[in-house]
Design a protein around this ligand. Structure first.
Ligand code: F6R
Ligand code: MG
Ligand code: MG
Length: 369
């Protein structure tokens, strides 16, 4: 049976600044999705949040880019926004950049990660949601899961994984994409995805040589760039991703291992700083210090004919305590760099922030040397 898993998110207002989602917003969104489940539009759903982003996980049979499902998410965000406005939450309706829904969420503000799959005999999935960073923050962990044998010994040990994987990489500046195969083109892949603000891993597929798995997505990441839609800084894109696990794919533990290193990502305060990505529990998913540090939560589910069995809080577990400690030590260190690069992002990435206005004003006073 073909099932579509859709993870759609938006920041429609924060409780005390850009910190967290008010529970009433989640309850309102859940009400909309419950109605859709009862009328058969959805098989199942789960509503949660990370930082100031409201997260809607939905399963259904309508495929990717379905106007029905995107419309439903839009309605949930609008209804949550109404409450956010009533409560005067900060940035109410912030990510809803258009007034009316016209069939698809593309270019409207919310972030979308979806995959249509043939549900396997047992289908464990992990969904990851980040706040105070951008889609390229997924490049390193997704690369490690599917292409780094030091992270994923299954690439060496499991004959089904030995053929490798194919990475669909998007150039979000030029709006182009290509497919790169690993392990044979590993260096080519790294040549692009190291530039994480521009080249983003959108999907991963099993190698076409792999006869064990159908050629369908095994990982997908939201790649929506808010500043490209709005033309100015409207918060970072706070990405989400879905990853399938086990039986010829990375084991759940190999997937999680990729988050044991709090790598540097851009975002954090004013979307303008590099900082460590800290893995946290759902309970700790609310940025604080310097509006951060950037964080990621992971939820595990088993799909059962599309029903979401779970969740398991994957990154809150004790085994990630050291990663959190490291992230906090990096936070102390990097914060002392204040407004200087490379803590603050380089000029190219500051283009869409208000810093350019300040710099422009000073340009007028420049004289030739
Ligand atoms: C980062 C973020 C926050 C805000 C900061 C200033 O993605 O959302 O760090 O940029 O709190 O917000 P404003 O300009 O709304 O006061
Ligand atoms: Mg925000
Ligand atoms: Mg956010």
């Amino acid at each position: 049976m073909k099932i579509t898993v859709s993870l759609i998110k938006a920041d429609v207002g924060g409780l005390a600044g850009h910190s967290r989602v008010h529970p009433d917003l989640k309850a309102e969104a859940a009400l909309v999705l419950e109605g859709a489940k009862n009328s058969g539009k959805l098989i199942d759903y789960y509503v949660t949040s990370v930082g100031d982003d409201l997260q809607l996980l939905m399963t259904h049979k309508h495929g990717e880019n379905s106007s029905l499902i995107h419309g439903l998410a839009w309605e949930a965000f609008i209804r949550a926004t109404d409450i956010a406005k009533k409560y005067k939450l900060y940035g109410a309706g912030q990510d809803l950049l258009k007034d009316t829904f016209s069939g698809n969420l593309k270019g409207m503000g919310p972030g979308v990660a979806e995959m249509e799959i043939e549900e396997r005999k047992s289908e464990p999935i992990a969904v990851f949601m980040m706040d105070k960073t951008e889609p390229g923050a997924f490049n390193l962990p997704i690369y490690k899961m599917f292409a780094d044998p030091f992270n994923t010994p299954g690439l060496v040990i499991d004959p089904h994984m030995h053929d490798g994987f194919e990475f669909e990489v998007w150039d979000v500046k030029e709006h182009k994409k290509l497919v790169i195969k690993t392990p044979e083109e590993t260096y080519d892949l790294l040549a692009l995805i190291g530039s994480k603000s521009r080249y983003i891993i959108k999907r991963v597929y099993p190698s076409q040589k792999n006869s064990h798995m159908p050629y369908e997505p095994v990982a997908v990441v939201s790649t929506d760039k808010l500043h490209e839609i709005a033309g100015k800084y409207v918060g970072k894109d706070d990405p989400v991703g879905i990853v399938r696990a086990q039986a010829g794919l990375p084991a759940m533990g190999e997937i999680l291992e990729a988050f044991s290193f709090p790598h540097l990502v851009s975002g954090w305060m004013r979307g303008s700083h590099n900082g460590p990505l800290m893995p946290v529990s759902v309970e700790d998913a609310s940025p604080s210090r310097f509006d951060g540090p950037p964080r990621v939560i992971g939820l595990g589910f088993q799909l059962a004919e599309g029903k979401l069995i779970g969740p398991a809080d994957l990154l809150g577990e004790k085994a990630f305590d050291n990663a959190r400690q490291t992230a906090l030590a990096i936070t102390d260190y990097i914060r002392r760099n204040g407004p200087f690069e490379p803590h603050r992002l380089p000029d190219e990435e500051m283009e869409y922030t208000t810093l350019s206005e300040v710099q422009k004003k000073l340009q007028k006073r420049m004289v030739d040397i």
